[in-house]
Write a protein that binds this ligand. Structure first.
Ligand SMILES: [Zn+2]
Ligand SMILES: [Zn+2]
Length: 94
């Protein structure tokens, strides 16, 4: 599934950059789950094209969570491609 343009545009918007900066400052740049280096701001209620315009979801600090890459990948079920490979059931494949 291609990434919708509107989502892409949102992530480039000043409003998002600001919300992201506030989040990073509030958490002192630390992953809110493991205390590692927070790199990505996650939406607890997933951002979709239908709720993108709802700032209580897209921009509200309460819906944002600063995560390190590992915790973020885990949250979304995305796995590191380089060092470790997992199949769709989460089984280690080498
Ligand atoms: Zn983490
Ligand atoms: Zn996320």
């Amino acid at each position: 599934m291609a990434k919708p343009k509107e989502l892409h545009r949102f992530y480039k918007s000043k409003a998002w950059q600001l919300a992201r900066t506030i989040k990073i400052n509030a958490t002192q740049g630390k992953c809110e789950r493991c205390g590692g280096v927070g790199e990505e701001v996650h939406h607890q209620i997933r951002l979709t094209l239908s709720n993108l315009g709802d700032t209580s979801i897209s921009l509200d600090q309460k819906n944002l969570e600063l995560l390190c890459r590992d915790c973020h990948n885990q949250e979304h079920g995305r796995f590191k491609k380089k060092e470790v490979l997992f199949d769709d059931d989460g089984n280690f494949m080498g």
